[in-house]
Write a protein that binds this ligand. Structure first.
Ligand SMILES: CC(C)(COP(=O)(O)OP(=O)(O)OC[C@H]1O[C@@H](n2cnc3c(N)ncnc32)[C@H](O)[C@@H]1OP(=O)(O)O)[C@@H](O)C(=O)NCCC(=O)NCCS
Length: 169
C-alpha cells in the first residue's frame, strides 16, 4: 500500500510540475538587435531544426547570416517562441529559411505571423516572389500561407524530403 501511495504522490508532483501545452499566446514579432536576442534566436533555430537530428552546434548557421533579415516571435513572457530568416537571392527573389516554432506553441498561428512579417519586408525591399525549401512535414503549413509546390527537390540527411515552393508577392 505504502509504495503505491508514494508512486501516486510522485505522479501527482510530476503532473503539477510539468509544463502544460500552451492553448493561446500573445505574440510580438521583432528583428533581433542585441547579442542576447541573437543568442536566443539561434538557440531556438538549433533546437527545432538541428538538435532532433543530432546535428552539431554551429550547423544552424550558414554564410548568409550577415546579409539576411532575421525575424523572431516573443510571447507575453518575453520568451522566444518562433524564428525565421529572409534572404535575398536577387533584387526580385527572396527566400525564407530556418523557419521554426517552439514545440509547445506550434499550431497557434505563430508561424503564419512570422511569414506575414517576412512577406511585408520582402515586398518593401522590392521582391516580387518568395521561394522556400519546405520540409515534407511543413508543406501543408506553407500551402495554408498560399505557397505552391514547384518541384520535389532534395533529401536532407538521407531522410527529410524537401519541396521547392513559391509565392508571388
Ligand atoms: C511548420 C511550422 C513552422 C508551422 O508553424 P506553426 O506556428 O505551428 O503554424 P501556424 O499555427 O501558424 O499554422 C498556420 C496554418 O497552417 C496549419 N498547419 C500548421 N502546421 C501544419 C501541418 N503540419 N499540417 C497541416 N496544417 C498545418 C495550421 O492548422 C493553420 O491553419 P489555419 O490557418 O487554417 O488555422 C512549425 O510547426 C514548426 O516549427 N515545425 C517544426 C520545424 C519545421 O518543420 N519547420 C519548417 C522547416 S521548412
Amino acid at each position: 500500500m505504502l509504495p503505491l501511495l508514494i508512486k501516486y504522490l510522485q505522479n501527482a508532483e510530476h503532473v503539477l510540475n510539468s509544463k502544460p501545452l500552451e492553448t493561446s499566446v500573445s505574440i510580438t514579432i521583432k528583428e533581433p538587435q542585441t547579442p542576447k536576442e541573437f543568442e536566443a534566436y539561434y538557440l531556438l533555430r538549433y533546437d527545432i531544426l538541428r538538435k532532433p537530428w543530432n546535428q552539431p552546434i554551429g550547423s544552424e548557421k550558414d554564410a548568409n547570416e550577415d546579409s539576411s533579415i532575421h525575424i523572431m516571435a516573443f510571447d507575453q513572457h518575453n520568451t522566444v517562441v518562433g524564428v525565421c530568416r529572409l534572404q535575398f537571392n536577387s533584387k526580385t527573389e527572396a527566400q525564407l529559411r530556418f523557419m521554426g516554432v517552439k514545440t509547445n506553441t506550434q499550431g497557434l498561428g505563430i508561424g503564419k505571423q512570422l511569414i506575414i512579417y517576412a512577406e511585408q519586408k520582402a515586398k518593401q525591399r522590392g521582391a516580387t516572389k518568395i521561394i522556400l525549401q519546405a520540409r515534407e512535414i511543413a508543406v501543408e503549413f506553407y500551402k495554408k500561407c498560399d505557397y505552391s509546390i514547384v518541384e520535389k527537390s532534395f533529401l536532407m540527411w538521407d531522410e527529410i524530403q524537401h519541396y521547392l515552393m513559391e509565392k508571388k508577392l
